[in-house]
Structures are given as C-alpha cells and as structure tokens.
Design a protein around this ligand. Structure first.
Ligand code: FES
Length: 214
C-alpha cells in the first residue's frame, strides 16, 4: 500500500475483498480496475445513464459517484453477483426451458406461432422491502417466433440514474406496449390497422412497431 492510498474492506458479491484505493478513486474504478468486475460499465461518469449501477448495502447507487473509500465495510452487489447461480439466473433459465418445451410441443404449428412474454408489472429502479422491483412503470418483454425479422432490441434505454427515472422511482417508458403487440398481432394474423384498433380500443394514435415481423 502506497503512502497516498487507503485500504478498504468490502464484501463484493458475498466475498470479502481488501482493496488499496486512492482517496478520490470512485467505487466504479475500484470494482473494474482492481476487483476485475467489468460487468459494471462506465459511460457518462455523471450519474445519469445508470450503466455503473451496483447495490450498496442493498440500495441501488451509481458507482461512478461513490468514492471507494466511502464504501469501506459495505456489501456490494454487482451484475456478476446477480448472474451465474443467482435467483435471476435460475428464473430466466426456467423461463427459457419452458419456452423451448413449448416450441417443441407445438410441432409444425410453430411455423404460424408468435409468443409474447411480458412482465406483469413495470419495474421500480430500486428494490422494495422484499427485494422485489414490482409496481413500477416500464418493463421488459420478448417477442419470439419464426416470423420475427431478426433479433433486436426495440426500445431505448433511458438509464436508471436519478434524473432519468419516471417520477423519481421507476424505469421510464420509452415505447408503448400496444405498438409491439399490434405488430405481433398484425404479423401473425394479417390484421389491418382498423382491426388492431378494435383489439386495443382508443389506441388509434399508437401505430404498430415497424420492422418487427416479416
Ligand atoms: S457511468 Fe455512472 S451513471 Fe453513467
């Protein structure tokens, strides 16, 4: 340890780690450069984009704005800690297995099938008291099937920095769900815009997403 460095002790993803950090070094830099956890990304460096978000003692923070020295003694959870072997990893694995089993069971009928998977609730940016993120606003979903043009993300990522949140708490919506559902329905059943507006009443201002289906 050099004269101008400080030793901090962190519990990162459940493992006790001692790091020698500079007084003004960010937690983001310490995680990436010293702990080797590069799943935490640097982008804006101003607390706006959320690419560097980690959980600090269970609370979501933008690690580019937190000094590593401030985090001494804290529990830090990075994306690596939520991935392999974690609850999200397990649940997404079960979802994937279910979708593959469905596709297999459909047999030849799969060629005329489109599957939409959507979250029941939008998501908050921070975990609630039971460590969930339900009852928020924006969410995520998948559209799957042989008529999808190509694998792509059909939305923007506003980030989870405090200033990017919807009403200061939720992931901000950037795409109307009905636009995606209209595209999936029209691509599967060859419906007209007028028919789609009858499926989703009072939605004539929302056009089907283009380029989603062949
Ligand atoms: S890099 Fe930290 S919020 Fe963008």
């Amino acid at each position: 340890m050099s004269a101008d460095s400080l030793r901090v002790s962190l519990a990162i993803n459940g493992n006790r780690v001692d790091l020698d950090v500079r007084p003004h070094q960010s937690l983001l830099e310490a995680l990436r450069d010293q702990a080797g956890l590069t799943g935490t990304k640097e982008c804006c460096s101003e607390g706006e984009c959320g690419a560097c978000t980690v959980l600090l003692n269970g609370r979501a923070v933008t690690s580019c704005l937190v000094l590593a020295a401030e985090a001494d003694g804290a529990e830090v959870t990075t994306i690596e800690g939520l991935s392999l072997g974690g609850a999200l990893d397990r649940l997404l694995g079960q979802l994937a297995e279910g979708l593959v089993a469905f596709r297999t069971a459909m047999g030849p009928a799969w060629q005329t099938t489109t599957v939409v998977v959507m979250t029941e609730f939008g998501r908050t940016a921070r975990p609630n008291g039971t460590r969930g993120t339900d009852h928020g606003t924006a969410g995520a979903g998948f559209v799957l099937g042989p008529r999808i043009t190509r694998a792509k993300v059909s939305s923007d990522w506003p980030g989870v920095g405090q200033n990017a949140l919807y009403e200061g708490r939720d992931l901000k919506p950037t795409l109307d769900t009905r636009a995606v559902l209209k595209a999936a329905l029209s691509g599967t059943f060859d419906l007209t815009a007028a028919q789609l507006d009858r499926v989703f009443p009072n939605s004539s201002a929302v056009r089907a997403s283009s380029g989603l289906m062949v």
